[in-house]
Design a protein around this ligand. Sequence first.
Ligand SMILES: Cc1cc2nc3c(=O)[nH]c(=O)nc-3n(C[C@H](O)[C@H](O)[C@H](O)COP(=O)(O)O)c2cc1C
Length: 384
Amino acid sequence: MHSKVTKMLGIDFPIFAFTHCRDVAAAVTNAGGLGVLGAVAHTPEQLDIDLKWIAEQTKGRPFGVDLLIPRKYVGAESGGFDAASLKSMVPDEHREWIEELLDRYGVPPLPTAESDREQRGMAGLRIDPKGMAPLIDVAFDHKVALIASALGTPPQWLVDQAHANDIPVAALAGRLDHAVAHKNAGVDIVIAQGTEGGGHTGEIATMVLVPQVVDAVAPTPVLAAGGIATGRQMAAALALGAEGVWCGSVWLTTHEAETSPVIREKFLAATSADTRRSRSLTGKPARMLRSAWTDAWDEPTAPAPLGMPLQSILVADAQRRIHRIAHKEDSSARPLVTYFVGQVVGQMNMAMSSRDVVRDMVEGCLDAMERINAMLSGDAFRDR
Ligand SMILES: Cc1cc2nc3c(=O)[nH]c(=O)nc-3n(C[C@H](O)[C@H](O)[C@H](O)COP(=O)(O)O)c2cc1C
């Protein structure tokens, strides 16, 4: 297939895979798409190891890196706080409420050794642009084909440095004004992500958002994201004016994904009605699987979620405690388990390889385009 983005990045198909799993990123790149590794939770050392591994697996084929660089977060005015100050800002009332919730579901505290390790891990948590700089340096060292960022227009220094290294920059937008701000900052690819998508999302549907963004940022290429997992959905995205598709959820039930067995099981069984946009994991609205956890945060007696990154700090320990015991068949913690996923979860009914997902999408897209073309010539009626 040929589009502005296949040409820009030297890929066979305009299919982009956002993933936290290096195996998925490598598999999608090797299948002719572009694997993009979500690196927000990586240390620079881990990122270096993972990018080296992906480069070995993909033998010169292109892959990208994605970072969350929020414009708005607690402490943004002063350039961010250190981990200890952030921890001290979490109200006791919130901690007590979570403790009661976990108690209700019989979730025990972490063993001391694990709790200590967790505390040390939190010391490295930095979501401000300065905190991301070492990760960006590692990405540049590996000559990644694309740097993507979410939760705001990427800082000008990032765009300038990427361009000085000949690396295109992509940025996610959930609203028209965000897309225009990205274009004005020099972003090379705008990813228009509809509310159906997994992870942080806005309120506008992909079908409505994409054509508006395409028109507003032209000639900057646009990728459609949110609700795309099949060839028919890909063909629809191209019909809306997108140059390609950016998918996140569909990879979570592939063979290569590191998704835990409990989450995988829940995803395979879920319908498209089983997701919620909730601030309960990060403080910003993000689409995830509905569970006893999201329901509890929607109760009138629940405290209001905190700002980013305080909410993540508040819930990190609780999430680890839930996942630690939820894998047991009869675990009382199972109902609490949730994870980011979009409405396409209802279409994810069978585990398959990432390569097959790419192949099915391409074949399904071509079939859909042929079917629509046949309507023009009248061929569509000949078989009926
Ligand atoms: C588990 C998960 C985590 C995500 N985390 C990020 C992230 O760190 N950075 C980012 O740019 N997008 C993130 N997203 C959003 C994806 O990049 C993508 O826009 C979205 O998944 C597209 O919609 P879909 O889920 O319907 O495919 C995440 C999505 C999921 C499912």
